[in-house]
Design a binder for this molecule. Structure first.
Ligand SMILES: [Mn+2]
Length: 294
């Protein structure tokens, strides 16, 4: 397939820099696509109002990969038990993933704690999606990465105050506030911005918890002889070298809308899709201004 690099995208911080590929027949025409070797997404929490299904669907449709890892908390069974919430957009996400599986993408699903019901089905293949308790992924440059959700370490991490919040009403309230704020932003023509992700960076306790979690997880990966670990769970995207192990967290789709990707040469990158769309909106605004001035 003839590939060309899109002009102007490489300069944007944390936005995709992948090879541009031609549109495969099974996707909507005219939608440009970024191609990766591997994509990891987790903590999409489908079945909750906090899920940014619109941006997630946009990301899935704008990208293509050989292997797609779903790293847990994809469907939120805890919230669904409290009350059924399943808008059409959430169906679209599921349908899009199934379509990818059908058209040659290897889809591997590692369940998390919010979708632990699926843990009873590991070893099975559901609609082309392989359910596994954890996985070892070998990168194009030969590194072995352990892939798991991360709640396995909840009992080990001492500064678990922030984590306790994750399943808590305070967190739900924060996401609600985030939704109201972004509703107002949208009305004013402003793109999505995560209040929750912003606050988490500011709160010292959360920062301390996140770094202890990362160290515990990296230590476990080292003991298992892996070169790196990919997880989710704490809703905080990160690439960090901890001793001999590279720690990767693909983030989430209720706060920051991030994914982890592997390029064809094994280079890894966090894609902040909300930021990518924000940057695009800014560019479009600047262009309009320029045109108006001309
Ligand atoms: Mn989780």
């Amino acid at each position: 397939m003839a590939a060309k690099v899109p002009a102007g995208t490489a300069s944007l911080a944390r936005t995709p820099t992948a090879t541009w590929i031609e549109e495969p027949a099974h996707f909507e025409p005219t939608r440009p696509k970024f191609a990766y070797r591997t994509i990891w997404v987790s903590d999409t929490h489908l079945g909750t109002a906090g899920c940014k299904a619109e941006l997630l669907l946009d990301f899935l449709k704008s990208t293509d990969c050989e292997t797609l890892f779903l790293v847990g908390d994809i469907v939120d069974g805890w919230q669904l038990r409290k009350g059924w919430y399943w808008p059409p957009r959430h169906n679209d996400v599921v349908r899009c993933v199934l379509k990818k599986a059908k058209h040659g993408t290897r889809v591997i699903y590692v369940p998390g704690n919010h979708d632990e019901a699926f843990r009873g089905y590991v070893g099975l293949n559901l609609g082309g999606i392989e359910l596994v308790p954890e996985a070892i992924h070998t990168t194009a440059d030969g590194r072995r990465l352990l892939v798991l959700h991360g709640d396995e370490f909840d009992g080990v991490v001492l500064y678990a105050r922030w984590l306790a919040l994750l399943g808590d009403n305070a967190y739900t309230l924060l996401l609600q506030l985030n939704r109201v704020l972004n509703w107002i932003r949208r009305k004013r023509g402003l793109p999505y911005w995560s209040l929750a992700a912003h606050l988490k960076k500011k709160v010292k306790n959360a920062v301390q918890f996140i770094s202890s979690f990362e160290e515990v997880v990296a230590h476990a990966a080292a003991e298992r002889g892996a070169d790196g670990i990919v997880c989710g769970h704490i809703h905080s995207a990160e690439v960090r070298q901890i001793g001999a192990v590279t720690y990767y967290n693909d983030g989430d789709w209720v706060e920051s809308c991030t994914a982890l990707v592997e390029h064809s040469n094994g280079r890894m990158e966090i894609i902040d899709w909300a930021e990518h769309r924000r940057a695009q909106a800014e560019l479009a605004r600047a262009e309009r201004k320029e045109q108006a001035a001309a």
